[in-house]
Every structure is written in C-alpha cells, then in structure tokens.
Write a protein that binds this ligand. Structure first.
Ligand code: ZN
Length: 304
C-alpha cells in the first residue's frame, strides 16, 4: 500500500483543507457597546440596559450566538455595576435563553480587583456564561489598559471559582504565551475561546500575516475568533471565516459600515453582512445552542 491512500479517513488525517475537510459552524460574537462609543459618535450604539437588551435580541436573531456586554450608567458612562449587568443578562435570557452571554472585566476606567470582578459574583438567572480576560497591558489611543500579572491571575482564579469561562482577549502574540503559562499553572482550564483583536493603533497591525502568525501559536483544539478595529473589522472577520476561526463583530470595534465613513453601521447590519459572507464561503452559522455544544456549555432550552 506504499504511497497509496486507503480511504476517506486517510484524507482527513492528512489535513486536506476546507471545504473538503469542513470547518466547524461559525460562532458570531456580537460586541455591541464597548467602553468608548457615545451617543455623539452614533445614534445606533445601545447604551441603556433596555437598549442593550433590544439590540442584543436583534443580533441573536440575525445570527449571533455570543453577546459581549458592557454596562453603561444613567449618563451613558462605562460602569462596573453588577445590578446593571444582571438586568441586561436576565432581559436577554428571558427571550433567548440559549444565547451565550459574556460580560466585560475591563480595567480601562475602574482598575481595582473589587470593581473589575464584581460582575463575576452574579448568580442564578443573572450569572454570565463568560467574562473577558485581557492577558496583558497595552495602549489604546484614549488611554492605557493596565492588566498586571497579579490582576490577570486574580481574575482568572475568580472566574474558575465562579464557573465562568474566560473570553481570552489577545492583542499581541506575547499574550498567547501568557495564556500558555496560565494553562500550565492551572489558572486557565478550558474550554478555551481566544479572541484575537488586531488593528488597534498601538498594538498588532491587522494584516493577514499577523493574524496567521497568531493563529499558528494556538493549539488546533481551541476555539478562536478574530476582531479588527475600525476599518479592519471586515477584513479580519472575513479572514477568520476563511481560516476556520470565528468572528467578533459590532459597534464596540467599529462604528462604520463602509471604509469611506459615509454610512454609520448598526450591530444588526454588521451581523447580517457576516452571515451573508459566511454563506457565500460555505460556512454555516451556528445557532446559540450549537455554539453551546461546540464550546462545551450546558444546553437547556430551545433557541429563540
Ligand atoms: Zn469589550
């Protein structure tokens, strides 16, 4: 049999690429609000809990299976208040119980462990499925995002204790090394979902070369998604669809539908475009219950 293939299983073992070896269904993560956009920037950024619930439901019905949430206070400013997170989570779940809900532990405004970890204490119907965990410090145009090793380890430990899965945010290749250190030390235990965020002004450029380099540093067994900041969103999302990764899309990263900045985007339209592209490229979009199964979360109820 030397030099001859015996059957289809041999083809799969040799890693024949997509679409002969199909990619998994596409998980769309809707980052709908973020820390920075204000009502001045766009009328379409959802800010209040009611706006965020309504927009999240539109995104889930359009094809998102994860919703990445940031709370804003009555003045539209970022806040760590867990009562607001709880209200949003319960409001979305009451209509779409299978959606995977991810909260932010960002320290860009409030950088104490007590503030950043407060949302992890929510329980019952208010408990988030996932929480963001940025694996290093970096500069944004507005300010620095400080994530010391002590803070990262404390947040990772609390997530593990609370049964909340980290949304591992990676802005630089070195942060993947940090993830491996934390995995070896038992602070990150999986399931593993890596968000690779490229194109922010002072971190990794959003090129296909940079994205490929980061993906090659990951184990093939992890889930990863790509996000591009600003005009790089569509390029990085499309690259992820073609590479077998998943997608993070939404107004947190990009306010515009077009590169010429003539049309402000809505979260729903951005997701609808990803669904169209994914369909053209032969990737089926995962329903929330399917994303739960793929990521090893319990599946309880029907999709909305
Ligand atoms: Zn965020």
């Amino acid at each position: 049999m030397t030099g001859r293939l015996r059957g289809m299983s041999d083809l799969v073992d040799f890693g024949i690429p997509h679409p002969i070896t199909p990619y998994p269904k596409l998980i769309i993560n809707a980052a709908i609000t973020g820390m920075v956009p204000s009502r001045k920037d766009s009328p379409y950024v959802p800010l209040s809990p009611a706006e965020i619930i309504d927009d999240a439901l539109r995104c889930i019905r359009a094809g998102a299976s994860i919703v990445h949430l940031h709370a804003r206070d009555e003045d539209g400013e970022p806040t760590y208040r867990k009562d607001l997170y709880g209200r949003m989570i319960r409001g979305i779940r009451s209509h779409c119980p299978e959606a995977i809900l991810c909260v932010s532990t960002s320290g860009r405004r409030h950088n104490t462990f007590e503030c950043r970890s407060a949302v992890l204490e929510l329980e019952g119907e208010s408990k988030p499925d996932m929480a963001s965990l940025t694996l290093g410090s970096l500069n944004f145009p507005e300010q620095a995002s400080m994530n010391t090793p002590e803070m990262i380890e404390a947040l990772a430990l609390k997530m593990r204790q609370c049964g909340i899965i980290p949304e591992i945010e990676i802005f630089e290749p070195g942060m993947i090394h940090t993830a491996k250190v934390l995995i070896r030390r038992g602070l990150l235990t999986g399931p593993f979902y890596f968000n690779l965020l490229l194109g922010s002004l002072y971190s990794t450029p959003a090129t296909l070369f940079d994205l490929s380099t980061m993906v090659q540093k990951l184990s093939p067994s992890v889930h990863w998604g790509a996000a591009g900041i600003g005009c790089f969103q569509l390029v990085m999302n499309t690259a992820a669809i073609l590479m077998g990764g998943h997608v993070r899309v939404g107004l947190e990263d990009n306010l515009w539908y077009d590169n010429e900045r003539q049309q402000l985007a809505t979260n729903e339209r951005l997701i609808q475009r990803i669904v169209r592209l994914s369909s053209e490229f032969g990737r089926v979009v995962a329903k929330p219950s399917e994303a739960r199964t793929m990521m090893g979360f319990p599946v309880n109820k029907a999709d909305c």
